[in-house]
Design a protein around this ligand. Structure first.
Ligand SMILES: Nc1ncnc2c1ncn2[C@@H]1O[C@H](COP(=O)(O)OP(=O)(O)OP(=O)(O)O)[C@@H](O)[C@H]1O
Length: 574
């Protein structure tokens, strides 16, 4: 957790001020019972009204001073804690942004969400408690000193109670600590079910699986609740134990104090002050308990946050990484083999091909044959295990990641859109694109007509993920976004599947004219989409089953013939 507290550096002046103010406040609090005992022992017992009024006013002043200290410290603390939370969230977010897909797979999306929200809130809570960190020990130590100063004999009772309480707290903490870690993991589990449920709501409804999902959620929820109850029960036992020990302590103090007053060894005002110090000590022990309750949970959370922060992306720019020149870009895969982390079998093996500028290179194959994997490697979402991928002769790891991705207009298999307007989503491809260029991109992507039909045209607002559009409309917007980028390389990962045949054909015709010079890679399931490609790569079980034009493959590649036969009519094949 201390590692994270380095983020408090920009707030060091506030932190110092808070510490000073809280020390001042605690000292004032400790002074009040002594003033009270003076009023009783000198003013009340001798009937000196002027003394009572003078010291009464003095007490009021000290109490008000303490209150002002708390108010300023609370204000500074609120600012520091929220600032710390904001900075930590930003740090975590930007760190996660640098992750390759491998790290995302490793931590899991739901857990990353919990860590960026709930876990940071737990650590932030510790900062909020900083007031207590200073107040509680000062009051405890100061209270013991002042009580001893008032009556050393009586103080023995007080001091002997403290270790008993401390032992009880430590024992309970040891039982609670492991459960706090479990608690955070169980919040992850709730988030996972919730996330799956919300994103897959249509499928869940269509398959009448709401009851099943409800049960899954109930299970995760109950699991979390049971652990939370267990933790809280352990923690809750602490309070009655503390109260019991302390109240017994007070009874003993009153009894023994009475005897000492009786024998003129102590004054009544001092006993009153002594009891107040005992109360202050008890209060500070309560505060310490609260701190001890918070710290294990926060330290479990900070461990989870640090785990993400120390995770470095396996894919990053090397010092020597160069910028990819923005001209024609020939892509070459040379004997590429790749396995997903943790997978037993390679997803692709010994893949070699070239994709030339100005040409269309198509990739076709059954589901799971490794088509998307090839694209993931080209975009350097993952690094190859064997072989190499080059662009214009430069191996991908020698290129700056930004410059590599800058040159690629990528249309994913599942069109991902963002909340914002239609224009915003197309401009996502290139921030500097003019309105004219956005319209042109939409025109080429065959999206202009449906955009014109929307109520506010290009300014129509899309729901989160573009759920207010059809699948084909989303795909066309994703294509327009890639076109707006004006890259040297286009990658269409099964991007025409949701389009009807006519739109598919029109789109490909307009793309041909618009992207004549670029290197185009088209992954497709439909033969009709890629029949006229310059080169078709046929994949089967992660290996290349054939490379050539449609005509060549029809005579040489059995796998391709099978795919064609399953899709096209006799005339189309001919
Ligand atoms: N993130 C991942 N982690 C582990 N294995 C994966 C991952 N993504 C894909 N795979 C595996 O790699 C293999 C190739 O998957 P890939 O997505 O490349 O196939 P595809 O040809 O694009 O299939 P489809 O046409 O169905 O999209 C499959 O066996 C798949 O199970």
């Amino acid at each position: 957790m201390f590692k994270l507290f380095k983020l408090l550096n920009p707030y060091k002046f506030s932190v110092v001020a808070i510490i000073a103010l809280m020390l001042l406040q605690s000292l004032s609090q400790l002074y009040l019972p002594t003033l009270l005992s003076d009023i009783v022992d000198v003013g009340v017992l001798h009937g000196d009204v002027a003394y009572i009024l003078r010291y009464g006013a003095y007490m009021l002043l000290v109490a008000m001073g303490a209150m002002v200290c708390v108010m300023i410290a609370s204000y500074l603390l609120a600012r520091t804690a929220t600032g710390f939370g904001r900075d930590l969230r930003s740090k975590l977010f930007s760190h996660v942004e640098s992750f390759s897909l491998h790290e995302f797979d490793k931590v899991g999306t739901s857990s990353l969400i919990t860590r960026t929200t709930n876990d940071i809130a737990q650590v932030q809570q510790v900062i909020v408690m900083m007031r207590m960190f200073i107040g509680a020990p000062t009051m405890l130590i100061g209270g013991v000193i002042m009580a001893t100063y008032k009556d050393a004999h009586l103080a023995i009772v007080l001091i002997s109670v403290i270790p008993i309480l401390a032992l009880a707290i430590i024992g309970i903490m040891f039982k609670g600590l492991p459960l706090f870690k479990v608690l955070q993991v169980k919040i992850d589990a709730i988030n996972l079910v919730l996330r799956e449920n919300l994103t897959g709501i249509r499928v869940i409804r269509a398959f009448n699986r709401s009851g099943h999902e409800q049960m899954k959620f109930e299970k995760a929820n109950l699991d979390y609740t049971q652990t939370a109850i267990k933790v809280n029960t352990i923690m809750a036992t602490m309070m009655p134990i503390m109260m019991l020990v302390f109240n017994l302590g007070i009874v003993v103090i009153l009894w023994y104090g009475g005897i000492r007053i009786d024998s003129n060894q102590m004054q009544i005002g001092d006993l009153m002050a002594f009891i107040q110090y005992a109360m202050q000590i008890m209060f500070s022990m309560f505060m310490m308990t609260m701190i001890f309750m918070m710290i294990p949970r926060a330290s479990a959370s900070s461990g989870r946050i640090n785990e993400v922060l120390t995770l470095t992306s396996t894919i990053h720019n090397t010092k020597e990484a160069m910028t990819l020149p923005s001209d024609q870009a020939a892509i070459e895969f040379k004997h590429v083999t790749f396995s997903y982390p943790g997978a037993e079998q390679p997803a692709i093996r010994d893949i070699s091909f070239r994709a030339e500028p100005g040409e269309i290179t198509a990739i076709i194959g059954g589901t799971g044959s490794g088509k998307t994997t090839l694209i993931n490697l080209l975009l350097r979402f993952y690094d190859v295990n064997e072989g190499s991928i080059t662009i214009d002769g430069h191996p991908l790891p020698t290129l700056k990641l930004d410059s590599l991705r800058q040159q690629i207009g990528y249309v994913p298999q599942k069109a991902a859109l963002f909340s914002g307007t239609v224009a915003d989503n197309i401009r996502f491809g290139r921030e500097t694109a003019t309105d004219e260029e956005i319209k042109q991109a939409a025109q080429t992507a065959q999206a202009a007509d449906f955009i014109a039909d929307l109520k506010d045209g290009y300014q129509s607002v899309l729901a989160q993920g573009g759920t207010n559009l059809s699948g084909g409309q989303k795909q066309r917007l994703a294509i327009a976004r890639a076109l707006a980028r004006k890259p040297e390389i286009y990658v269409f990962d099964d991007s025409f599947s949701a389009l009807d045949f006519k739109t598919d054909a029109r789109l490909r015709a307009s793309l041909k004219a618009e992207t004549a010079q670029a290197t185009k890679i088209i992954v497709a399931q439909r033969v009709s989409t890629i029949m006229d490609a310059n080169r078709i790569i046929v994949l089967e079980d992660g290996r290349i089953a054939g490379i050539g034009t449609h005509a060549e493959l029809m005579s040489t590649c059995g796998v391709y013939q099978e795919i064609v036969a399953s899709q096209l009519s006799e005339e189309e094949i001919a």
